[in-house]
Every structure is written in structure tokens, then in C-alpha cells.
Design a protein around this ligand. Structure first.
Ligand code: URA
Length: 448
């Protein structure tokens, strides 16, 4: 075989030609070994982002990235039950916190490796770290023990899981090559494939608060990821879901933990529960736990109502470092949760300047406002303020009067920055026309 050189690969991709499996494996190995100069890595990623990868190239890249580190292994008796969910990132997206324990209470094993927030969308790990004592650093042996005892864990990416992605993503971030269907798909699916899953559900967000704004782009991304993951032997389906308006009422770290606990007490917002049941329903019915998606919904509802899902959540946070007492009080509806979770110094209500029907609550503007209050980070490693954020007082479709409070702003600073107020004032869209096209579901399409 002719020797491969990284320069040849850059030139080949620059001409829009497809790379072979061997060439892609050579590239990934070079990344892991630090054998590729950073200029060449940047150049290769730019050529890839501009010319694209076809399905075969994306599969080869995903597999090579997955094999760049540890592929988790699980007890044989768990086969057929190992499931996970991935979201492309939403605003107020606390679905993982609710769904993982529900799936565990239905007999599944959920080794969820999750991420931190960057930019305007929050990270599941940051939300969970607002629980005193909660840790996200566990190796596979420790995860196995938690899964054995509890059924679910939500942890961070270890050093050994897909190291190629860490290096490639860091370069994509500074070379304008994050937006690429092939690179995004390989990055996301390689990490899920390294979890050695049987079933995967992808929540592909679409709309103002999502990284993918248009339905067409979200469909292309969803279809590519489903194809690649299925090709790697993981039974996968994606839901395309609306992300113009925030999910639920809470945006911000401890505020979203509190809302998740309300969901597990069966008192959560209906849109959050609908999404949880739709995503979980796909997994449970595919895994053969129930015959239909509808029966899966009923099973999950029953596990929430009989407290089994909350029990898994409580056990998970103890297994991940919270004390028994903290966990017990956090999950007890009689306890004031704000004696446990971090809360902001101040809460200020913002009034509507208009009267009429609420057509939209712009999720992107809400997320940026919440980030500017301190709930997010603008660069990796920035500290976050756990208690700050927003609690919406209204939903799309509601009527509102001028002067009604539509959002409570939870803030630590003595005054709310003018920039935050200006973002929020633009976020609420009120019209004198009644909204007629609300169908009550965020799910726009099932991608199989
Ligand atoms: N999330 C990832 O993990 N990778 C991407 O490339 C984009 C989003």
C-alpha cells in the first residue's frame, strides 16, 4: 500500500474527493499521537467542513474515533438493556435528569456520559453539580457499580473515552469548523458508541434556541446520526423537537434541578413530561420492555406515580457523592428545597409591556439573558453561579395583561444588568391575535 501523508489527505479532501477507511484511520491515529501539526489539523478540518463527508466516511471516522480510547464493557447479563439519550442542546433542557432515573426504574441500565454548558445552552453536569456533594468523575468500574445498584448514572467524559474527539473538538472550536454534519455526527455518535449501548434515542433540537435553526438542517443531521449509529450496531432513532420556546419553566442550574424533582414528583410542566415520555417510549418499546410506545408511556407514568423513579434519582445522587440526608430531603416534597440547593440573592419579577396572547418566548434570548446573569460560561473553565436564572410565569398560548409578571429573574447582582432586561423584553412576543396552531407536542418528526 502506498504510504499515506497528511498533506495528501488535505489536498484530496480540498478537491472534494472521498477518503478511504485507511486514510481516515491514519488521520485519527495521527491526531491521537500528536503526529499532525496543528496547522495541518486545522486545514484538514476546514477542508472537511467545506467539502463534507459522505455516510461511509462519517461511519469510518466515527468508528476510528470510538476506537481511539476505551470502549466500555458491561456485564453480559445487561445485554439488551443498555440505553442512553443524547440531545443536541436545548434551553431549559433538563430531560436527562428526569429520563435517566425513569428508565432505570423500568429496568434499564443508563450509563449516561454527559457534557458541560458552553455558549447559550446549559450543561447537564453543571445542573447536577448544584446539588451539594454531587460528583461527575467516575471511571467505568465505578460506573458499573452504580449501574448495578441503581440502574443509572450521569457522569462526565473520562480522559480515556474518545480522546480523539477532545483534540479534534478543541481545534474545531477555534477554526470555525464546528458546523459540519459529518464532524458533528462523528463527534456525538463516537462518544455514545464508546458507551457500548444497545439502544440510543437522539433528541435533535430545531429552532431559535437550538444549534440547528432550520428544520431541513436538523433533519439532515438527525438522519446522518441515526444512519451512523445504526451502522455501528446501536439500535437508534431520533426525534426532531421544537426548540423555539424554553422547555418547562426553569432556566438555570439549581432552578432546573428543582424543576426536575417536581417532574419526578409528578408535578412537573406538561411539556417536559411529554418530551420525557416520548423519548423514553421509543427506547422502552424498541428494547422490548413493552409492545407499544403507548404502553411504555403508561409504564413510565406508573413508575413516576409509585415513587420508583424518584427512588432511583435519590439513590443515584447518593452514589454520586451527595449524603443520604441531603438526598432524602431533596426528594421529600415536605422539605423546602432551597434549604439544600443554592439560591440566588434576589428575585425580581419582570412585567409585560403588552396585553394579548403570548405567541413566543424566545428561548435563545432567554438563554443568553440567563447566561449573562451568571448561569452559563462564555469560555471553558469559567465559574458559574448555580442559583441564578429565570422562572417563566406564563406559557405560549396564555393571555397576558399589561403589567402582569411574566418571568421571575433570579439574580445575585444587586441590580439586573440593562442588557439582560433588554434581551428579556425582546423575548416575550405578545399579539392581539389568538394563537391557533398549538398542538401541545414538541415532537415534529420521528427519524428512523
Ligand atoms: N456536541 C458534540 O459532542 N460534538 C459536536 O460536534 C457538537 C455537539
Amino acid at each position: 500500500m502506498a504510504t499515506i501523508s497528511i498533506l495528501d489527505l488535505i489536498l484530496k479532501k480540498k478537491q472534494g474527493k472521498a477518503l478511504s477507511k485507511e486514510e481516515i484511520e491514519y488521520f485519527v491515529q495521527g491526531v491521537v499521537d500528536d503526529a499532525i501539526a496543528k496547522e495541518q489539523l486545522g486545514s484538514m478540518l476546514m477542508a472537511t467542513a467545506l467539502k463534507g463527508l459522505d455516510d461511509f466516511e462519517t461511519t469510518c471516522l466515527t468508528r476510528a474515533m470510538m476506537n481511539s480510547g476505551e470502549v466500555m464493557s458491561w456485564p453480559e447479563s445487561w445485554r439488551g438493556k443498555i440505553v442512553d439519550k443524547h440531545s443536541t442542546g436545548g434551553v431549559g433542557d433538563k430531560i436527562s435528569l428526569v429520563l435517566a432515573p425513569i428508565l432505570a426504574s423500568c429496568g434499564m441500565k443508563v450509563p449516561m456520559v454527559s457534557g458541560r454548558g458552553l455558549g447559550h445552552t446549559g450543561g447537564t453536569l453543571d445542573k447536577l453539580e448544584s446539588i451539594p456533594g454531587f460528583s461527575v468523575t467516575f471511571n467505568t468500574a465505578a460506573m458499573t457499580k452504580i449501574l448495578e445498584e441503581v440502574g443509572c448514572c450521569i457522569v462526565g467524559q473520562t480522559e480515556t473515552l474518545v480522546p480523539a474527539d477532545k483534540k479534534i473538538y478543541a481545534t474545531r472550536d477555534v477554526t470555525g469548523t464546528v458546523e459540519s454534519v459529518g464532524l458533528i455526527s462523528a463527534s456525538i455518535v463516537s462518544k455514545k458508541a464508546a458507551e457500548n449501548l444497545d439502544f440510543l434515542i437522539l433528541d435533535v433540537k430545531c429552532g431559535k434556541g437550538a444549534s440547528t435553526n432550520s428544520k431541513e438542517d436538523a433533519l439532515v443531521l438527525g438522519a446522518r446520526m441515526v444512519n451512523i449509529a445504526n451502522g455501528l450496531g446501536i439500535n437508534t432513532v431520533a426525534l426532531l423537537t421544537e426548540m423555539n420556546n424554553p422547555i418547562g419553566k426553569a432556566i438555570g442550574n439549581s432552578l432546573e434541578v428543582a424543576e426536575s424533582i417536581q417532574c419526578l414528583l409528578d408535578k412537573g410542566p406538561s411539556d417536559v413530561m411529554e418530551l420525557v415520555y416520548q423519548l423514553g417510549g421509543q427506547l422502552l418499546s424498541r428494547a422490548g420492555v413493552t409492545e407499544t410506545i403507548e404502553k411504555s408511556h403508561s409504564l413510565m407514568e406508573a413508575r413516576v406515580r409509585d415513587g420508583a423513579a424518584m427512588d432511583c434519582f435519590r439513590k443515584m445522587i447518593v452514589a454520586q457523592g451527595a449524603t443520604e440526608d441531603t438526598a432524602k430531603r431533596l426528594c421529600d416534597p415536605e422539605t423546602d428545597i432551597w434549604t439544600i440547593l443554592p439560591k440566588s440573592k434576589h428575585v425580581t419579577g419582570l412585567k409585560s409591556e403588552d396585553k394579548g396572547f403570548i405567541h413566543e418566548i424566545d428561548s435563545k434570548l432567554c438563554a443568553v439573558a440567563s447566561g449573562k446573569l451568571g448561569a452559563g460560561r462564555s469560555k471553558s473553565g469559567d465559574a458559574i453561579q448555580f442559583g441564578v436564572g429565570l422562572i417563566l410565569q406564563v406559557c405560549v398560548g396564555d393571555t397576558i395583561d399589561k403589567g402582569d409578571i411574566w418571568v421571575n429573574i433570579h439574580h445575585d447582582s444587586d441590580t439586573i444588568p440593562a442588557e439582560v432586561l433588554s434581551l428579556l423584553e425582546k423575548a416575550l412576543v405578545v399579539s392581539d391575535q389568538k394563537l391557533t396552531n398549538i398542538n401541545g407536542s414538541r415532537v415534529m418528526k420521528v427519524i428512523t
